[in-house]
Design a protein around this ligand. Structure first.
Ligand SMILES: NC(=O)c1ccc[n+]([C@@H]2O[C@H](COP(=O)([O-])OP(=O)(O)OC[C@H]3O[C@@H](n4cnc5c(N)ncnc54)[C@H](OP(=O)(O)O)[C@@H]3O)[C@@H](O)[C@H]2O)c1
Length: 211
């Protein structure tokens, strides 16, 4: 059985915990305040979930999701994530995260920042441009007409293939943006950001992105 570690238990982390558990994964989830504060969420997710520290979630996960405010990524434990694929849901909101010059100056992307913090992990963008509330409600079986599509991005083809499988299990098609250096195409304020789109529309919106 595959275990998913989830670091961050807010809007996205809790929706993903429910979705992964429903799809048959074991879930180990953490926030900043400690596992005892996650009792209600774990009870809601059910038997397949347990609460942990971020270190424990990173160690326990075969796959790990980092879904915290961008300003907190430096606190994500790097050593236990070495050799693992890390799903990055994170976005940059200077109003929340403070100004980050390399992002303001378009010299990097949010995913490249996480990859830099986790040099021995394989970072892959996932679930960053869908509102948390839609994750569990907007999926549809493969082949459904106008199925919603989500973008991914990684320097690893295997990681893209993994996210493609996970998206399909959640009920979404995938469009691959390419390497992390191109992931700005699905960041905040770009045409593909948080709008509902099928695969063709998403591909068009990614192509229309401007930096
Ligand atoms: N909300 C959305 O619809 C949405 C959609 C796509 C992407 N995103 C992006 O995904 C990320 C998470 O968004 P969100 O809306 O889920 O945020 P959120 O509701 O504010 O939740 C953030 C979570 O991160 C935890 N956290 C903060 N610092 C941590 C640390 N050092 N170690 C472990 N956990 C830590 C918080 O724990 P405590 O509560 O204990 O501090 C909280 O559980 C953000 O980058 C956001 O921009 C959000």
């Amino acid at each position: 059985m595959t275990t998913v570690g989830i670091i961050g238990a807010g809007h996205i982390g809790s929706a993903l915990a429910k979705g992964f558990a429903k799809n048959g994964y074991d879930v180990v989830i953490a926030n900043s305040r400690g596992p005892e504060t996650l009792a209600d969420l774990v009870a809601e997710v059910g038997d397949k979930a347990r609460a942990a520290t971020a270190q424990d979630a990173a160690e326990a996960g075969d796959i790990v999701v980092v879904t915290v405010p961008l300003k907190a990524i430096d606190a994500v434990p790097a050593a236990p994530l070495a050799g693992k694929t890390v799903l990055d849901t994170n976005n940059y909101y200077f109003e929340r995260d403070g100004h980050i010059a390399a992002l303001d100056e378009k010299k990097t992307t949010t995913s490249q920042m996480l990859q830099e913090h986790l040099p021995e992990s394989t970072v892959v963008k996932a679930f960053n441009h869908i509102p948390a509330a839609d994750i569990l409600t907007d999926g549809a079986p493969a082949g459904s007409e106008n199925r919603r599509a989500l973008a991914t991005s990684s320097d690893s083809d295997e990681a893209v293939a993994l996210v493609t499988r996970i998206y399909d299990e959640f009920g979404f098609d995938t469009v691959n943006v390419g390497p992390l250096s191109e992931s700005w195409r699905v960041e905040r304020d770009q045409p593909a950001y948080v709008v509902r789109q099928n695969a063709d529309e998403l591909a068009q919106n990614l192509a229309r992105a401007a930096r």
